[in-house]
Design a protein around this ligand. Structure first.
Ligand code: NAP
Ligand code: COA
Length: 259
């Protein structure tokens, strides 16, 4: 991560699903800007590896191995983080699952698994963090995707889950706004070097096709999503709440001539 453009010194940031890919990049961005981090995901090995990368002069990162579908485990992690660090200033909800599957061949449990990780998981982490978040200046970033408003074949589960997340964003921006809490979604376009694109564009041919469909002609970088998360959580975005912000090289604007 290059020199930080943002200052989150003395701020506490919890990133659910923050142990790999885009969400780990967001955690690294905040850590480079001085924040003290908490990260959570299922794999203890991934949690340990992330924690080892996220400490800074302001404190070591705290890690939690949990499944966001387990509301009690999420509540306990929030409790333990707040006991150690005192408060949460920024909450990032980014845990997700996705795979390509035609709806007719997707089992109800396959559909439910993605809805539960993405949508119920986002509700669980926001609900658990509410008591610690509810103060002026607090920010929630939910990680959505353009699938929330652009239907994509073979992703009925992710399309439905991400659309639900954006309505959670808008609804809780309204409920929590009076307390000074801002709630926004970031919708990344295709981002290079991630598990998501390994799954959605698994061949070189599919990757090239996907890049051509982006008006800017390339996949995004993880740091570009981290930068948006920090901007949205900074005072510079003090009047931005209830927004769903695409960071996608214009790929969700319409049909591309290249795709
Ligand atoms: P990733 O590396 O697989 O990140 C997913 C993270 O969530 C991992 O840390 C994973 O760790 C954790 N996770 C998954 N299921 C979980 C569960 N049930 N409970 C707790 N943690 C869980 O994928 P990514 O591609 O970077 O995607 C990150 C986010 O960006 C997702 O919300 C995704 O939908 C969104 N997004 C990605 C793209 C893209 O181009 N990649 C585009 C649009 C949106 P564990 O395995 O240890 O649980
Ligand atoms: N196609 C169709 N169905 C699939 C599938 C696929 N590729 N992968 C899993 N499923 C189904 C399973 O068959 C199962 O349904 P069943 O019980 O009716 O057989 C259901 O989904 C749950 O699978 P399971 O492996 O038990 O779920 P899990 O909770 O361990 O893992 C996933 C969740 C399936 C979303 C898994 O892919 C995951 O952990 N993903 C996280 C990483 C990721 O997706 N990153 C990209 C983020 S964009």
């Amino acid at each position: 991560m290059s020199a930080p453009h943002f200052d989150f010194t003395a701020k506490n940031v919890m990133v659910f699903g923050g142990t790999s890919g885009i969400n780990l990049g967001i955690a690294k961005g905040f850590a480079a800007a001085g924040a003290r981090l908490g990260v959570a995901s299922r794999s203890q090995d991934k949690v340990n590896a992330a924690v080892a990368q996220l400490g800074n002069d302001h404190g070591s990162a705290l890690g939690f191995s949990l499944d966001v579908r387990d509301a009690e485990a999420v509540q306990k992690a929030v409790h333990d983080f707040v006991t150690e660090r005192g408060k949460i200033d920024v909450l990032v909800s980014g845990a997700a699952g996705n795979f390509l599957a035609p709806a007719a061949g997707l089992s109800p449990n396959g559909f439910k698994s993605v809805i539960d990780i993405d949508l119920l998981g986002t509700f669980n982490v926001m609900r658990a963090a509410y008591e610690s978040l509810r103060k002026p200046g607090a920010s929630v970033i939910n990680i959505s995707a353009p699938q929330a408003w652009i239907a994509m074949p073979f992703q009925v589960h992710a399309c439905a889950a991400k659309a639900g997340i954006d309505q959670v964003t808008r609804t809780l921006a309204m409920e929590w706004g009076p307390e000074g809490v801002r709630v926004n979604s970031i919708a990344p376009g295709p981002i290079g070097g991630t598990e998501g694109m390994e799954r959605l564009a698994p061949t070189e041919e599919a990757a090239e096709h996907s890049k051509k469909a982006v008006p800017l002609g390339r996949w995004g970088e993880i740091e570009e999503i981290a930068n948006m998360a920090m901007f949205l959580s900074s005072d510079m975005a003090g009047y931005v709440s209830g927004a769903v912000i695409p960071v996608d090289g214009a790929s969700s604007c319409g049909r591309s001539m290249g795709g």
